[in-house]
Design a protein around this ligand. Structure first.
Ligand code: FAD
Length: 343
């Protein structure tokens, strides 16, 4: 993280459409930096359905969300995109010289001639716990992600959630934390069956504890969060003392900072001026994939791929003002073979 870059193109979002945007820009010899708030590339395909098959990618009768992503990464390899993951784009600002300043939540800075917003349904943010007064402890005793595991060692931990993140971290901290309580609102888990079995075994061995219930309130002592009030399925409220609270309620997408960049927005989507270039109302900023809207828009991966191709051609004049850009076939063009490295 960090660093300053000057570039021709910044792509916001590493979902399938952002990844394919790298390819279409690459064919026109435009190099790109790709930023995503998630730690992994693939957008919804990897975050929401990595193992589910997709059946409507042309010429690929069936592939999972993860396989599609892996294929796209391989396809764009010749163009050597630079990835900046785990950071959200917070600032987009037009400069006097016509280029843009782009900044991320980790302080990485770019000056770029063009921007491609492939932000899908927005950047995925952890779902927060909605309990009166609890927000004040975020970052000191309440955490939605584990950045530094050492910080939780030797502590009395309560881990909330019923998915893989909650289970994985609960299992991880058994033996390292002073105590581990897993708190989930119901008996079924959305996590890998093997992790659930392991957790139940550890509970039987008194290495950790499982509580079925919901946090209904908190107790504070000397400015610290000292106890949770947990209401069980039986309607009884119990007190659970703790040092640290880890909450894994999944991720939900938020349009977030994109709403503040002066772009025309209609029902949380970016309006494009035309379906010739997929450019927004700000010249030099393009919107492709699920984030954009226009008459007839369908939120499909294949539509996003098409949009990425036309947006690349639309952007080329900003980068090569004096060059005439012609479309060429990848099968027959010696120039494209050269850029693809398949000579
Ligand atoms: P996304 O995949 O949403 O990726 C956008 C990325 O941008 C995200 O990773 C996000 O973190 C990032 N981002 C957003 N804002 C910022 C920011 N400010 N800074 C940094 N990063 C940011 N489509 C099909 O065509 N066929 C199918 O069979 C199909 N099945 C589906 C099944 C399910 C369960 C779901 C949920 C969707 C399905 N879709 C399917 C839809 C398809 O997944 C989407 O159309 C596709 O993912 C859109 O790609 P995208 O690249 O535009 O956006």
């Amino acid at each position: 993280p960090g660093g300053n870059y000057e570039t021709d193109a910044v792509i916001i979002g590493a979902g399938p459409v952002g990844l394919f945007q790298v390819f279409e820009l690459g064919l026109l010899e435009i190099k790109a930096h790709v930023i995503d708030s998630l730690a992994a590339v693939g957008g919804q395909c990897v975050e929401l359905y990595p193992d589910k098959p997709i059946y409507d990618i042309p010429a690929i009768p069936s592939c999972t969300g993860q396989e599609l992503t892996d294929g796209l990464l391989k396809q764009i390899e010749p163009f050597g995109p630079t990835f900046h993951l785990g950071q959200e784009v917070t600032v987009v600002h037009k400069r006097e010289d016509g280029r843009f300043d782009v900044e991320t939540s980790l302080g990485t800075k770019f000056i770029t001639k063009t921007i491609f917003i492939a932000a899908g349904v927005g950047s995925f943010q952890p779902r927060t716990m909605k309990v009166d007064g609890i927000d004040a402890y975020e970052g000191s005793q309440l955490f939605y992600r584990v950045k530094d595991p050492a910080q939780f060692e030797g502590k009395n931990l309560v881990i909330c959630g019923g998915g893989d993140s909650a289970l994985d971290w609960a299992l991880n901290f058994v033996g390292k934390a002073e105590s581990v309580v897993l708190l989930h609102r119901r008996e079924d888990f959305r996590a890998a069956p093997a992790s659930v079995a392991k957790m139940k075994q550890l509970c039987e061995e008194y290495e950790m504890q499982l509580i079925i219930g919901q946090v209904s309130g908190i107790e504070e002592k000397d400015g610290k969060l000292s106890e949770l009030r947990v209401t069980g399925a039986d309607g009884v409220t119990r007190r659970v003392p703790l040092d640290m609270l880890l909450v894994f309620y999944g991720l939900s997408p938020k349009l977030g900072p994109i709403a503040e960049w002066g772009l025309d927005i209609e029902r949380k989507q970016l309006k494009v001026v035309s379906t010739e270039k997929f450019e927004t109302n700000v010249p030099g900023i393009f919107a492709v994939g699920d984030i954009n809207t226009y008459p007839g828009k369908k939120k499909l991966i294949l539509s996003g791929f098409h949009e990425a191709a036309l947006a690349a051609f639309g952007a080329a004049p900003y980068i090569f003002p004096d060059k005439k850009i012609h479309m060429q076939y990848t099968t027959t063009s010696p120039k494209l073979h050269k850029v693809l490295g398949v000579e």
